[in-house]
Design a protein around this ligand. Sequence first.
Ligand code: F2R
Ligand code: MG
Ligand code: MG
Ligand code: MG
Length: 347
Amino acid sequence: MHSPTQSKFRGCLLGSLMGDCLGAPYEGQEITSGDKIIIQRYFDKMEDPSFKGPFKKYTDDTAMMRSVANFLLDKPDGDMKHLARLFVNEFFKQPGRGYGQNVVEVFEKLKDTKYKDVFKPATEQFNGSGSYGNGGAMRMAPIPLFFNDNFDAMLKVAEESTKITHTNLLGINGALLQCLAIHQAFQADSSRPVDVQSFCAELLKKIKKIEDNAYEVEDQSETPFCSKLKQMQSLLKKKPSDDLDEEVIYILGNGISAYESVATAIYCFLRAQTDIPGIQTSDQLRRTLQYAITLGGDTDTIACMAGAIVGAHLGEGAINKNLLQHCEKHQQIEELADKLFEATSGV
Ligand code: F2R
Ligand code: MG
Ligand code: MG
Ligand code: MG
């Protein structure tokens, strides 16, 4: 029997892995209502203990999340050069894991310049505007676990680790929003469903402070992720209808940018607190991942981010072992979660 905290460490990293592995086959697809039935059958089949199939492979999302976890274990005081090296070594070992098209240039420059200025290559992306991709957000899971008790250190490391590859404010604040969502879910009581409106309101307060500071705006101005969260609050009040998922995609997005995916992942977690029409399962973690995938688009990443949040809330007990066994390197990720837990608890 593991402690509730250890269970949450495992739940978060395994939920992240499962979203990535199970979502990856659908990445980049537009999903029709016929596909939703196919996705229901895909999950049903893999949940059947007698089904044997090849592993569902993990992608860049997990490769980079694992580097972040190893960085925290190796350098708890945060030497970003070390993290940059781990990202680069991992990429050159296995470049075929479906990395973002442009982030590869950052890895090459970091290697060529021998990590001299670890943040410079990222600042040069997209003619100096920096990447706003969701690559910072997708690898966030270990940070809120590790810094659970130190909010300021958590945000500092979340921001600096993101800036190695993403310097556009949308890429950075999207990663911070994902970090805050996991942290909040981690701290919430796993025996009770989350109150979706209070969860949003609390998150909104925290991201508003960060965005107001970053954009130096007046109190009344609307900043990007605050506006997304307010729209999410309205969506969560709506009754399910045939058009609701289209509206979710239109308003929150399902794309490769942080702006069009982080709020969507949080919405998936909150929406799956209760039954979702067309998704037949009583398993909340599966419902979260399956719903994220049926929204289409950047399915591995949105499911990965949603999986990290729901896993951090419910813990390991919510992980369906039949589904997990189809995910590549699940044992290694479980061990990594245990090491992170031990490092924070002094076990
Ligand atoms: N790359 C993918 N999926 C493509 C298909 C993969 C295929 N299945 C395969 O196996 O090959 N997925 C992964 O990439 C996303 C994370 O990307 P990241 O790390 O943020 O990378 P990057 O290159 O910095 O940004 C991604 C794209 O966003 C657009 N973009 C970003 N900033 C921009 C800016 N300032 N101006 C214009 N465009 C910008 C670009 O198109 C970038 O290429 C995850 O989905 C992960 O799963
Ligand atoms: Mg990926
Ligand atoms: Mg993706
Ligand atoms: Mg196993």
